[in-house]
Design a protein around this ligand. Structure first.
Ligand code: TXA
Ligand code: MG
Length: 327
């Protein structure tokens, strides 16, 4: 793939116009959302979408989320039912991705939907993301802005670490608020949780009035986020440790134990803070392990409620063996 100079853009009107123009010209622009940084391309331009897969080294049959700025834009892409409308009214903009049937004249490229007759749509709760999509005036396909299988980026610097020279620009909006990806809910059947994320299952269930379904085991894997190994550091990660083994780095939840090297996700055991720190801490510990020749990162147990579900999901995939991780 051709290398390019990756521009740094900031939150000025001029830079937003520039970023939108690049997207309209079929270029790749990384941008901040409330969850993680996305690697954006014009979702209606098949070649631009193909460039996303090439830059990430991502298997082509994994579909992408189309990001929209308004419900009106979303309704041109997907058939909304009453449940979808109710959820959108309550939770958009926000970290909720809906899987819905595509409209008959959906302009999103087949490649972005990986040939499926359904589409993933989300309206991010971030002023720069919304400003960019509105200016580009088209849906923006965007996976997390990291090489496939790596740790998702929660800052512009993380994006540059992984994709410098391979994308046209990075729009810097500072660190992401949530730090874990959006919750993915399939509404083409009884509401089914495809990926736990920034919006908790408890919150969704309270509005739906029914428990969320889990996808049947027989479902073919459509999501890289659903493969066993994903979001992975290079250093071996072990989970649910109550003490830090010798010669390991500690990824804690709660106060740091004495005489232990590492980081805590939240000094006060706050799940929101832990989610926001998760990927950045994994990156820091991975770099520290490499420089000190340490072979293991040991993670403390995280409660499996609320945002803890998304954190444990990501940690489990980060800890899974990396054999053949992408099919
Ligand atoms: O928070 C997020 O969702 C971030 C930011 C950038 O918006 N994006 C993100 O995208 O996490 P990505 O590509 O890393 O994950 C999108 C997930 C994948 O697991 C994909 O397989 C799934 O959405 N997906 C997309 N279209 C789908 C469809 N039609 N049916 C089922 N799953 C789908
Ligand atoms: Mg991802």
């Amino acid at each position: 793939m051709d290398r390019c100079d990756t521009q740094s853009l900031t939150a000025t009107d001029q830079d937003l116009d520039q970023a939108a123009m690049l997207l309209q010209a079929g270029k790749l622009v990384a941008f901040p959302t409330e969850t993680v940084y996305g690697l954006g391309a014009d979702a209606t331009n098949g070649e631009a979408v193909a460039a996303i897969y090439a830059a990430k080294g991502r298997p082509q049959f994994n579909p992408l989320i189309s990001h929209v700025a308004t419900l009106e834009m979303a309704e041109r892409l997907a058939e909304f039912n009453d449940t979808a409308r109710a959820l959108v009214q309550k939770f958009w903009p926000g970290p909720l991705t809906l899987i819905l049937p595509k409209t008959a004249h959906c302009p999103v490229s087949e490649l972005a939907c990986a040939g499926l007759d359904t589409i993933a749509i989300r309206c991010p709760d971030h002023s720069l993301a919304l400003g960019l999509i509105a200016r580009a005036d088209r849906p923006i396909a965007a996976p997390s802005a990291n090489p496939s299988g790596g740790i998702s980026p929660t800052s512009a610097a993380h994006v540059r670490d992984g994709l410098n020279g391979q994308i046209e620009a990075i729009l810097d909006g500072g660190p992401c608020d949530f730090g874990v990806e959006s919750t993915i809910l399939d509404l083409t059947r009884a509401p089914t949780l495809l990926r736990p994320g920034g919006l908790t299952s408890e919150t969704l269930e309270a509005v739906l009035g029914t428990p969320l379904q889990n996808p049947p085991k027989s479902d073919k894997i459509t999501a890289p986020g659903q493969t066993a190994s994903h979001y992975a550091p290079n250093t071996k990660l072990i989970l649910n440790q109550t003490t830090c083994p010798t010669n390991a780095l500690w990824l804690g939840f709660g106060p740091m134990p004495k005489n232990t090297n590492g980081l805590t996700l939240s000094q006060t055991s706050n799940l929101k803070e832990a989610a926001a720190n998760l990927f950045a801490h994994l990156r820091k510990l991975d770099a520290q392990a490499a420089s000190k020749n340490i072979k293991t990162i040991a993670a403390a147990p995280i409660p499996n409620t609320g945002l803890g579900l998304a954190i444990n999901d990501r940690l489990t995939r980060a800890a899974a063996p990396k054999t053949n991780s992408f099919f």
